[in-house]
Design a protein around this ligand. Structure first.
Ligand code: SIN
Ligand code: MN
Length: 280
């Protein structure tokens, strides 16, 4: 999938692109059908919500789940990012965020590159998030919110919040957010299951809790230019990957047909991937 010049200009201006209904319902079903099995597993890759059994984030499914291993090589997700960076890509992070009905907690205002720089020593903001919706996203189930244009400000000061939710995050203070919103406003792309969002790693984003009776499961690929690989292995490998092998795309029909892919963690995560490789 190739971006047009107009799409590239829009991405440069706003910091994100939205592709409503990019994946067909039968492609999404292959992914959705696998989620209960993944979320039921007792493995460290499943981070649960504070005070609840609901899964907040499942990490690294592409290492142990066949449909997600294929998604991690999907040309509709990989090629536009290769085009923007003009480089090969590796998978820095892979997650399936639950934001489950009633239980899904907030994601505070943040930039992803802030974390990747602070924790992982990623040299530059040459990494991109690509999200696909596995459920319809509406105003009720905690859509992702962006401040358009905020990616142009580079890395904004952030504080490490280890208390608000079950997952530690470098978050931006409310005064700064109020100023940014006064300039850029807030958008929340909404649409059917199968819609895709690509967003800059410096784009400021957040989402509210999900008080609705509808799940909001979304998959996030964080794709990094190979030459921009992380320099510090402070976080476990299932959160910040250390294999910088370039991703080779599968054909466009890969979710609906069989293709051979490796599942190196299918019998469990190796000990070494569960721990920091250096002292934290
Ligand atoms: C994220 O920022 O990584 C996740 C936000 C969300 O799923 O709402
Ligand atoms: Mn984020």
């Amino acid at each position: 999938m190739k971006l047009t010049r107009q799409q590239i200009e829009e991405f440069e201006r706003d910091g994100y692109l939205f592709f409503p209904g990019l994946f067909k319902p039968e492609e999404i079903k292959v992914l959705t059908d696998e989620v209960p099995r993944l979320y039921a597993q007792r493995r460290p890759e499943n981070v649960r919500e504070k005070g609840s059994e609901a899964v907040r984030t499942n990490f690294a499914a592409h290492m142990y789940s066949y449909p997600y291993a294929k998604l991690a090589r999907h040309p509709r997700m990989i090629e536009p990012v290769q085009q923007i960076f003009g480089d090969e890509l590796y998978m820095h992070q892979f997650k399936i965020n639950g934001k489950m009905a009633f239980d899904g907690d907030v994601w505070q205002w943040h930039q992803d590159y802030g974390t990747w720089k602070n924790d992982d020593l990623m040299p530059e903001a040459r990494a991109m998030n690509v999200a696909i919706f596995l459920d319809e996203v509406t105003e009720f189930n905690g859509p992702l919110m962006f401040i358009p244009g905020s990616h142009k400000l580079g890395v904004i000061d952030a504080a490490h919040d280890t208390a608000t939710t079950s997952y530690p995050l470098w978050t931006i203070d409310h005064d700064t957010i109020a100023k940014l919103v006064a300039r850029g406003g807030i958008v929340a792309p909404k649409g059917s299951a199968g819609s895709m969002i690509m967003f800059h790693s410096c784009l400021v984003h957040a989402s509210t809790s999900n008080l609705s009776p509808w799940n909001r499961v979304s998959v996030y690929l964080s794709l990094c230019a190979v030459s921009n690989h992380i320099r510090r292995f402070k976080r476990p490998e299932y959160i910040a990957h250390r294999d910088f092998t370039p991703i080779k795309c599968l054909p466009d029909d890969c979710l609906l047909k069989d293709y051979g892919v490796d599942l190196p963690w299918k019998d469990g995560t190796p000990e070494a991937a569960l721990k920091p490789a250096i002292a934290a």
